[in-house]
Design a protein around this ligand. Structure first.
Ligand code: NOJ
Length: 578
C-alpha cells in the first residue's frame, strides 16, 4: 500500500495528446509537423499541461497513420527530421514540460525490413519475428480470430502456403514476442529513444503482445473481439513480458509507462500497475469513452444512461484505490469528439465542454486531454461518402457491411459519420481563416467549417471560453493533493441527471456536482452534504453569477435548479478533522 500511494510526477501531471498530422502545419504542405508543434508550445504552456504525448512520428507508409512503423529509429519525413524532433524535445524540457512517445510493439508495418525478410522465405532468420501457422486441412485460416478491421486475423502467404497473424490490418503483421530476439530488439529500440531523453511511453495495444500459442478457436460471438480474453488479450505470458521490460529497460530511467489496454478487468489493471509487481505505471481507462457503443457492434450506438457511466467510473475509481493507477482517457484520436458523444454539440456546446473539463480534471487518475477538446471541437462534417473517410477501421466496416453483407450504404455511412476516428482527426482550429490556421494549403483532411465559432484565437481573448475553463481547472487540480490522490465516493448515486462525487485526502475534501444533462435539473442536497458544503468554498462553477445563487440555496438546504450542464466544485476542510 505504501509504495502504491507514493507521490510520482506522472500522477501529479496533466497529459496532452498531440496527433501531429492534424496539429499544426509549418511548411504548408497540408500535413501537420514537428516544427508546427514547436511553434505552439507557448499555447500549451499557457494551457498548463505538463506532459505532451506524441502519437507515432516514426517512418510509416501511413496505412494506420504511424501505427504501422517501417523504421523505428527515424522520423517520418513529412513530419520533419531527427534534428527537428531533438529541438522539440529540448524546447519542451526547457519549459519544464515532458515528452512521451508512442511505443508500438504489437506489430510493425509489412514494409518493415524484418517483415520483408520474414516473408521472403520460411528459412529466413527473421521468419520467426512474426507469427506463422499452417492452414487447416481444408486450407482455411488456422482459427476464427477476427481482426479490428472485421476480417480474419490471418493472411495467407501463397508462396509458402502459411498464414501470418495480424490483429489490425494485414499490412500490420503481429510480432512474435515468444521469440527472445524480438524482445531483445524491441528493448534496444526503447532504449534508443530513452537515451535521447524522452520521459516515457504510451504503449500501444500493450495487452495484446502475448498470444495463446495453441491458437484455439474463440467461442463464437457477434461482438468484435468479445472473446479475445486469454487468447490474444491479456494472454498467458503478458505479465512476464512486462516485468522483463520493466527490469531490463524501464527501471533504468526516470520515466513512466501508460498502457493502452482495451478489454481489461479491474484485476488485470491492478496486476499491470501495482508497483510491487514492476510492470507499468498506469493503464489508460478507455471504458468511459465506449459507454454509448452498442454491445455487439461498436459502430452502433445504444441508449446509455448516466447510471451506466457512474458504474464505470465507480469501478475504476473505487475498486483500484490503493491498488494501482490509471490514466483518465475520456477521448483520444480513436474516438468521436468528447463534446459530441458525452456532451452537446448545439446550444450547450460551451457549457457541456466545461462540464466535461470539470469531470476529467476532478477524477482520480492522470488526466489526458486530447488536442482540440480544450476548445470544445466537435465531430467532423465532411464524411459524405466512404471516399471521404481516411481511416482504415471505418473503411473495413464499410467493406464488410456494404460490399460483403449488402447493407444499405446510407445506413452504414450514418454510423460511420457518428463513430469514425476521422472525427477526432480534423485539423486543430487555431483561427477562423480558410483552413482554420492549421495550414495555408488544403489539409490532408478538411477543417471543420465551425472554425468560425470554435477556434483558439477567439477563445484566448474570451475569459469565459472553454479554453480558459480548462486552464483554470488544470491550475486548480495541480494545487490540490485531494484531487490528485484523494479517495473517490459517488453521491446521489440514483440521480439520473446529476453526477456528484467527493474526493478526500487528509484534511481536504471536495464535492463535485455535474448536471450531466441538457435539461435544467432540480437539486436539493441531503443533510450531510449540506453540512459539508456549508464548510466549503465554491472553487469554480460553469455558470458565473447563476452558480453563486445556486450555492446560496444549496448551503441553506433549499431546492434549487441547475442550468443544463451547470457544474460546481466545492473545496473544504474535512468535517471529521474540524
Ligand atoms: C491503438 C491506436 O490508438 C490506434 O490508433 C491504432 O490504430 C491501433 N492501436 C493499432 O496500432
Amino acid at each position: 500500500m505504501k509504495t502504491i500511494m507514493k507521490p510520482e510526477f506522472w500522477k501529479e501531471s496533466v497529459v496532452y495528446e498531440i496527433y501531429p498530422r492534424s496539429f499544426k502545419d509549418s511548411n504548408n504542405d497540408g500535413i501537420g509537423d514537428i516544427p508546427g508543434i514547436r511553434s505552439k508550445l507557448d499555447y500549451l504552456q499557457q494551457l498548463g499541461v505538463d506532459i505532451l504525448w506524441l502519437t507515432p512520428v516514426y517512418v510509416s507508409p501511413n496505412v494506420d497513420y504511424g501505427y504501422d512503423i517501417k523504421e523505428h529509429r527515424d522520423i517520418q519525413p513529412e513530419y520533419g527530421t531527427m534534428d527537428d524532433w531533438k529541438e522539440l524535445l529540448d524546447d519542451v524540457h526547457r519549459r519544464g514540460m515532458k515528452l512521451i512517445m508512442d511505443l508500438v510493439v504489437n506489430h510493425t508495418s509489412d514494409q518493415h525490413e524484418w517483415f520483408q525478410q520474414a516473408i521472403s522465405s520460411p528459412d529466413n532468420p527473421y521468419r520467426d519475428y512474426y507469427i506463422w501457422q499452417a492452414p487447416k486441412e481444408d486450407g482455411s485460416a488456422p482459427n476464427n480470430w477476427i481482426s479490428y478491421l472485421g476480417d480474419s486475423m490471418w493472411k495467407l502467404d501463397e508462396a509458402s502456403n502459411e498464414y501470418y497473424l495480424h490483429s489490425y490490418s494485414e499490412k500490420q503483421p503481429d510480432l512474435n514476442w515468444e521469440n527472445p530476439k524480438v524482445r531483445h530488439d524491441m528493448k534496444e529500440m526503447m532504449r534508443f529513444w530513452l537515451d535521447l531523453g524522452i520521459d516515457g511511453y504510451r504503449i500501444d495495444a500493450v495487452n495484446m503482445i502475448s498470444k495463446d500459442t495453441s491458437f484455439p478457436d474463440a467461442p463464437p460471438s457477434d461482438k468484435l473481439q468479445a472473446n479475445a480474453e486469454g487468447f490474444y488479450k491479456n494472454g498467458p505470458r503478458i505479465h512476464e513480458y512486462l516485468h522483463e521490460l520493466y527490469t531490463d529497460v524501464f527501471s533504468h530511467y526516470k520515466m513512466f509507462t501508460a498502457g493502452e489496454a482495451a478489454s481489461v478487468s479491474i484485476d488485470d489493471v491492478k496486476k499491470y500497475t501495482n508497483p510491487d509487481r514492476e510492470e507499468m505505471s498506469m493503464v489508460l481507462m478507455i471504458e468511459a469513452s465506449k459507454v454509448c457503443d452498442a454491445d455487439n457492434d461498436m459502430w452502433q450506438s445504444k441508449d446509455w444512461s448516466l447510471h451506466d457511466l457512474k458504474e464505470i467510473i465507480a469501478k475504476w475509481e473505487e475498486d483500484i484505490y490503493g491498488q494501482g493507477w490509471m490514466g483518465i482517457y475520456l477521448s483520444n484520436h480513436d474516438h468521436p469528439r468528447l463534446v459530441s458523444y458525452l456532451g452537446h454539440e448545439g446550444e450547450y456546446r460551451t457549457d457541456s465542454a466545461k462540464m466535461l473539463a470539470m469531470f476529467l480534471l476532478t477524477l482520480r487518475g492522470t488526466p489526458y486531454i486530447y488536442q482540440g477538446d480544450e476548445i470544445g471541437m466537435t465531430n467532423a462534417e465532411h464524411m459524405k461518402t466512404i471516399e471521404d473517410v481516411k481511416e482504415q477501421q471505418a473503411q473495413g466496416y464499410y467493406k464488410q457491411m456494404v460490399e460483403e453483407k449488402g447493407e444499405d450504404p446510407e445506413v452504414i455511412m450514418e454510423r460511420i459519420r457518428a463513430k469514425a476516428r476521422d472525427n477526432a482527426r480534423t485539423p486543430m482550429q487555431w483561427d477562423d481563416s480558410e483552413h482554420a490556421g492549421f495550414s495555408t494549403a488544403t489539409p490532408w483532411i478538411p477543417a471543420h467549417s465551425n472554425k468560425a465559432e470554435i477556434n483558439v484565437a477567439q477563445q484566448l481573448e474570451d475569459k469565459d471560453s472553454v479554453f480558459h475553463f480548462y486552464r483554470k481547472m488544470i491550475g486548480i487540480r495541480k494545487e490540490s493533493s485531494a484531487l490528485i490522490y484523494g479517495k473517490y465516493a459517488c453521491e446521489l448515486s440514483d440521480d439520473p441527471y446529476i453526477f456528484a462525487y467527493t474526493r478526500e485526502w487528509n484534511d481536504e475534501h471536495w464535492l463535485i456536482i455535474l448536471n450531466f444533462s441538457k435539461s435544467s435539473t432540480d437539486l436539493q442536497l441531503p443533510e450531510q452534504l449540506v453540512e459539508r458544503i456549508q464548510q466549503s468554498e465554491l472553487m469554480i462553477g460553469t455558470h458565473g453569477e447563476h452558480s453563486e445563487g445556486v450555492v446560496q440555496a444549496l448551503k441553506s438546504g433549499q431546492q434549487t435548479t441547475l442550468h443544463p450542464y451547470e457544474s460546481l466544485a466545492f473545496r473544504g476542510l474535512s468535517i471529521l478533522d474540524q
